[in-house]
Write a protein that binds this ligand. Structure first.
Ligand SMILES: Nc1ncnc2c1ncn2[C@@H]1O[C@H](COP(=O)(O)OP(=O)(O)OP(=O)(O)O)[C@@H](O)[C@H]1O
Length: 242
């Protein structure tokens, strides 16, 4: 089934001094529908730019992107980016307002998604009263409540402590397995990528190209400390470091 198709995409940012920064130059990538794909690559190579182009937050100079299903898209950033003056429930309602989902379904949808991320008792709380990990759970709930076909995740666990990140990785995999969502995940953490992904695509320095895509075939659940994780790490790191 067609998933995310990124076809011959180029992007150059203009800079103050003229010239500009060519971040992507004819990049193509196919992600199968329902796949969990992770992108790793050197800092500044264009990973966030790629997610922004897929989400339509930036426009491409050349090439195009197609999405599976109705193209409904959820985005989870490194920071939760919640509306501080709205409760957890209101934050989700705000996201639903941008969709075709009938208003009469909002309440049940919000109840279901908040329960899924384990925050049922916090629906009427304001973000500032929640820990960083709980806020990131709300951000995940907000992305999920719109019934996305695609979830784009830009280093979503990078600012969390390791225990919280581990819990969230576990929950994310469960959610992904229960709902047929195509996930494109960006991380600096190669071991995190191995624990989560079906396939890891390694980007070069900018203008970014795909150096290699490595299928992770070991059975889930996987741990950061597994021997097989260490083997994949060596393989991926050596390609990344070329
Ligand atoms: N709006 C912008 N205007 C000009 N240059 C930009 C803009 N956004 C990003 N860049 C530049 O484009 C390049 C790619 O940035 P991007 O954030 O996509 O990389 P990244 O791989 O996500 O980086 P990191 O891993 O450090 O988060 C960088 O050199 C960055 O400075």
């Amino acid at each position: 089934m067609p998933g995310i198709e990124i076809v011959d995409v180029s992007k150059k940012y203009s800079t103050g001094g003229g010239g500009g920064v060519q971040v992507l130059d004819g990049l193509s990538l196919s992600v199968v529908e329902g796949e969990f794909r992770t992108i790793v690559g050197p800092s500044g190579c264009g990973k966030t730019t790629l997610l922004h182009l897929i989400a339509g937050l930036e426009s491409t100079d050349k090439g195009y992107v197609t999405l599976p299903g109705d193209g409904q898209l959820g985005f989870v950033f490194q920071e939760p980016r919640l509306l501080e003056w709205q409760t957890v429930g209101e934050n989700l309602k705000f996201a639903l307002d941008g969709t075709e989902i009938p208003k009469s379904n909002y309440d049940s949808r919000i109840t279901e998604v908040i329960e899924t991320v384990g925050l049922s008792d916090f629906r009427d709380e304001y973000p500032r009263t929640l820990s960083g990990g709980m806020q990131q759970r709300v951000a995940l709930a907000r992305a999920l409540c719109i019934e996305p076909d695609v979830l784009l995740m830009d280093e979503p666990f990078a600012s969390l402590d390791e225990i919280t990140a581990k819990d969230l990785r576990h929950d994310l995999l469960e959610l992904w397995q229960e709902n047929s969502i195509t996930i494109l995940f960006v991380t600096h953490d190669i071991r995190e990528a191995i624990v989560l992904s079906d396939t890891i695509s390694i980007l070069s320095r900018k203008p970014a190209d795909i150096i290699a895509s490595v299928d992770i075939t070991s059975p889930r659940p996987r741990e950061l400390t597994d021997d097989v994780t260490a083997d994949y790490y060596q393989r991926i790191f050596s390609k990344l470091n070329r």
